[in-house]
Design a protein around this ligand. Structure first.
Ligand code: BGC
Length: 841
């Protein structure tokens, strides 16, 4: 029986609490123990693109997982079709603002509501685990997938991710925290090695995951495609077991990113329980061989299988009372659209304003730009949502301000951002004739996607020309930016106001007009720095790095940590965002707690009175930064140590308590392998942004350890990275990419076939795929290692076929024999699904 057939009353004991799931799963452990190892192995990979196999002989039945972080991408193909790259259709769902916009809300309570809404839709569509949140850190603003991540700061990322997890799991649906770990760029993501020193890794790149795992107990974690310090994340025992489970106490299931498994047996031993997507057991033979050879303990297989059983038990136990799967009850459509609209406004950042905003009752408005009618509201790739509906700025402006007062000029092509013939002049005329001009511009979809990074931060030239021309013609010009990551803004001081709306989800158009008109306030604060020029950044030298290896040489000098420490100004600083009202933040009062471990008194919180001194209701983000001014370890100039988002009516006042993140006073002691308080003098700043300080208090922290040697005396001392040299290009191996084969006599031909097949398979699915999808496909096809073709072929290829092809490429004709012949015919027959990463049955 599939989930679709299951009657609603199939679970008479619906009042079981979620806590019962472990007991349920423990009982199911016996079932696993009595299964032959071959059957246990079968459970360790999915049945289809989205289905996790049920446990034979039990009532633990197949469950489904689906993307993604900001809206459901559930492909309703029970027989296993679908794709993981945003190509084939999915059921309609609410497209909430993407993570960049969610991050700018700084509002965990609101994100918990988004998580709960996602859970409702997931339950409705028969999905037990949602593949999100994604919380990789924004190492560099050119990261192609930055729109899917929250922040450049680990505390903010981790706490917001934890809120989404709580919302989802509180609604009876599992979360999947991804992509673990150091998946901070897209280029060559399947094979790239992120080379990160241990302190930076712990304090910056792992910290968000640590928070999400320890604060919200996600049911699942997804391991990343890339390698970390020379080892694939999918087979890194330190990462998946020693750190995640033993140190952080994670008790759920680890699944692979789609096609991320390298050596499957090593992966199981390392703690990777479930391989996704299903590939009809293509790796099972190798796992069994490893068990037979004694290199993989049967107990490790059983343990991974038990975790699959536990996940299913959790899903069954947490399912809400009376809630049948696949009710297809769309009662939530309107309610979630309204929530999406509120969240989008709450994540919209007012970067500058000379007083032109809000424009409550304009005599006339010129709305200019292709995005006003063809909105850019989400990114491309696996997170692509088939929205229940989409609002546009133009429609919303006409509704709000009255149709006759609103004039529209497209001026630029929404797909390319290029000026249309005569577009600039028409836009200038419309702007000059109006009371106020609103330019809705930003980055074309083709610039930002999963699967590739940007090479610069500029908007299309035509778009920048339009901004400059309209600002010159109309002093009351508001620039509204729609983009998933920062753009360079040489023109920033010309408009009367700049509103960073990011990617606001399906209700983003209405939310923008809500903020322009003042019906809603711009609730967002930057969760990332907007640089003046990309070349200023310390990380730019090695971003995205060599094809197979990216050294994080800038260490902790990421985002505001870089700007403040190296004294390089950003265009707009981390934490910045203006309000429509005014705020007064009172003197802070510190609270202190005793450190249970060493008896050391450390500040644990701050209390401040916040007053809305204006007449309008609004929100303010009180930010706490710690500057280590005289401490033992070398550290960034400042770190975010806590915050509170306060909502108050005009004239309202409230005293807020902000917990201080103890880790902000700690460093990771590499020698000892543990966190240590860093004793010394700190400045605690109560601020409106990382640069805009209201109050400063001096702190003294008594360390619980000698200050030296700690293995963290200076960042320079921490350049001990453990990384194998990248594998040689020749002989070819399972991790050779299609791109690597170009140097062989048949390489160019293979490349042409692969690219051609990729294009054809996209076009077969979509008449107008759009440039982002095409680019993602082509780049992914070239950068995909040969072994991932097997993992993604839905069972159409075996590892032996790939090995045969490799023999052929290495001219090992003696070994070649039948294997190569089989490989060639199979590869041709399945080329289409291989390249597309699509499972066809
Ligand atoms: C992405 C994941 C996603 C998975 C399934 C992968 O390509 O990296 O984030 O969850 O596909 O769609």
């Amino acid at each position: 029986m599939t989930d679709d057939d299951r009657p609603d009353d199939d679970h008479p004991d619906d009042d079981r609490s979620a806590d019962d799931s472990d007991a349920v799963a423990d009982n199911r452990g016996d079932i696993i123990a009595s299964m032959p190892v071959r059957e246990q192995i079968r459970l360790l990979s999915g049945r289809t693109m989205w289905a996790v196999r049920g446990i034979p002989g039990s009532d633990l039945e197949e469950i489904r997982v689906a993307d993604g972080p900001h809206g459901l991408r559930c492909q309703d193909e029970p027989d296993g079709g679908g794709d993981h790259v945003g190509m084939a259709p999915s059921l309609p769902a609410t497209c909430f603002p993407t993570a960049v916009t969610l991050g700018a809300t700084w509002d965990p309570a609101l994100l918990e509501k988004v998580g709960a809404a996602l859970a409702t839709e997931a339950i409705d569509q028969g999905v037990s685990v949602v593949l999100g949140p994604g919380l990789n850190l924004k190492r560099h603003p050119a990261g192609g997938r930055n729109f899917e991540y929250y922040s450049e700061d680990p505390l903010l990322s981790g706490r917001l991710a934890a809120a989404i997890v709580r919302g989802l799991q509180g609604g009876g649906v599992g979360a999947c925290v991804k992509h673990f770990a150091a998946n901070n760029h897209e280029s060559f993501r399947f094979v790239a090695d992120a080379v990160v020193d241990p302190r930076t890794l712990r304090e910056v790149y792992l910290r968000g995951f640590e928070i999400a795992v320890t604060e919200s107990a996600p049911w699942t974690v997804m391991c990343a495609y890339n390698q970390l310090n020379g080892r694939y994340c999918s087979e890194d025992r330190w990462l998946l077991t020693e750190l995640l489970r033993d140190e952080w106490g994670f008790d759920g299931l680890v699944m692979s990113d789609w096609g991320a498994t390298n050596d499957r047996a090593l992966g199981i031993a390392a703690g990777l329980d479930l391989q996704m997507p299903g590939c009809r057991g293509a790796f099972d033979g190798e796992i069994l061989d490893a068990v037979d050879a004694g290199t993989l303990a049967p107990e490790e297989v059983a343990q991974a299988a038990r975790r699959v059983a536990q996940l299913i038990a959790r899903a069954q136990t947490a399912r809400p009372r009376g809630g049948g799967f696949n009710a297809r009850n769309s009662a939530w459509v309107e309610e979630h659209h309204e929530l999406a609209r509120r969240v989008a406004a709450a994540g919209t950042v007012l970067l500058s304003n000379d007083g032109v905003l809000p424009i409550a009752e304009p005599a006339s408005v010129a709305v200019i730009g292709g995005f006003a009618t063809a909105p850019r509201y989400q990114g491309a790739g696996s997170s692509l949502v088939n929205s229940t509906r989409v609002d546009t700025v133009l429609d919303a402006a006409r509704d709000r301000f009255g149709n006759p007062r609103v004039r529209f000029e497209q001026a630029v092509d929404p797909v390319t951002g290029a000026l249309l013939p005569g577009g600039r002049d028409r836009a200038v005329r419309a702007a000059s004739a109006a009371d106020v001009a609103v330019l809705v511009v930003g980055l074309p979809a083709a610039d930002e996607s999963e699967g590739f990074d940007r090479s610069h931060l500029a908007m299309p030239t035509g778009t920048t020309e339009l901004v400059e021309a309209v600002c010159a013609a109309q002093p009351r010009t508001v620039v509204v930016l729609c983009n998933g990551a920062p753009v360079e803004m040489s023109w920033a001081d010309r408009p009367a106001a700049v509103l960073e709306a990011y990617l606001g989800g399906q209700a983003g158009g209405s939310a923008i007009v809500d903020v322009l008109s003042g019906d809603a306030e711009p609730g967002g604060r930057l969760a990332e720095s907007i640089p003046v020029d990309m070349s200023d950044l310390a990380a730019s030298g090695t971003f995205p790095g060599e094809p197979r290896r990216t050294e994080y040489r800038e260490q902790q000098m990421v985002g505001y940590r870089f700007h403040t420490t190296c004294e390089v100004s950003a265009r707009f600083a981390f934490g910045h965002g203006l309000s429509y009202t005014t705020w007064k933040v009172g003197e802070p009062r510190l609270t202190t707690s005793d450190d249970g471990a060493g008896g050391t008194a450390v500040p644990s919180g701050v209390e401040v009175a916040v007053t809305n001194t204006g007449k309008r209701a609004g929100s303010h983000v009180v930010q706490i930064y710690l500057d280590p001014v005289d401490t033992a370890a070398e550290r960034p100039a400042t770190v975010l140590a806590g915050w509170a988002k306060v909502h108050l009516d005009g004239g309202g006042s409230e005293t807020v308590s902000i917990a201080l993140d103890r880790r902000s006073m700690e460093v990771f002691d590499v020698e000892e392998g543990s966190w240590r308080l860093d004793p010394g003098r700190y400045l605690l700043r109560v601020a409106n942004s990382v640069l805009d300080t209201e109050h400063t208090v001096e702190l003294r922290v008594d360390g619980d350890a000698p200050s030296d040697p700690w293995g963290c005396r200076g960042l320079a001392a921490d350049r001990r990275v453990v990384s194998a040299a990248p594998p040689p290009d020749r002989p070819f191996h399972r991790n050779s990419t299609v791109d690597d084969l170009t140097t062989t006599p048949i390489g160019p031909l293979i490349r042409r076939i692969v690219i051609g097949t990729a294009r054809r398979s996209v076009r077969a699915e979509l008449s107008d795929p759009g440039p982002a999808l095409m680019r993602m496909y082509e780049q992914s096809a070239l950068e995909m290692p040969l072994r991932a073709l097997v993992a993604l072929a839905g069972g159409g290829l075996r590892l032996s076929h790939i090995d045969g092809l490799i023999d052929l490429l290495n001219r090992r004709y003696g070994l070649l024999g039948r294997r190569a012949a089989r490989a060639a015919s199979s590869a041709a027959a399945r080329a289409r699904s291989l390249v597309a990463g699509r499972t066809d049955r």
